[in-house]
Design a protein. Sequence first.
Length: 239
Amino acid sequence: MTHTARVALVGDRSPHVRSHTRIPGLLDALRERDGLDLDAYWIPTQDVADHTTLTGFDAIWVLPGSPYRSEVGALAAIRTARENRIPLLGTCAGFQHVLLEYARNVAGLATAGHAENAPDTSAADAVVVPLACSLVGHEGTIELTSGSRAELLIGAERSLERYHCNFGASPRHVELLRTAGLQFTGTDTDGEVRIAELPEHPFFLATLFQPELAGDGTRPHPLIRGLAAAAVTRVKATT
């Protein structure tokens, strides 16, 4: 029996965003190479009305492409996945908004802001800030926490990953988020956080790098394969 999982691709689709153009090929590869069948729906951020809009999906992938047309919609998608235990992958801007959603709704920083979305956000409130050096078009080594979901999926203590971003986690807020339960399980060689996950969740993982840009697009990155597998597992458990 084939179990097809319904996946919400949350982001403002554009032919100018390279990661978006990679998605169809990655979905085909997951189906043909890994036997993971996904029925994917592109959901613009402004179409996510609230945290109930996406409850019928088996996985949610919050994609690159910031600034989003609707910060509210992106945050609602993440909250849906977190509260309803729906597998979630957030990449690049998805990672940034995972931090923002968690800060506001779990860590108690109701005034948390994203410096790209609101440049006048104070340093005390800015959970996402400009990077000291742009990572647009860069590759970098990620150091993975032993035993973390990311390390188990990748199968190594280090991984070379591709970026296309100018914003990342504010170092002054990392401990607040960690204390509230968000685990940072991947850093760059300078110790800056690059992966976040919730270990008690079926699959809740976010990366500042873009796993959709790995290789030539014919072999899905292990983290993308992990999301797909978690989505199919969710379908099997309910059918």
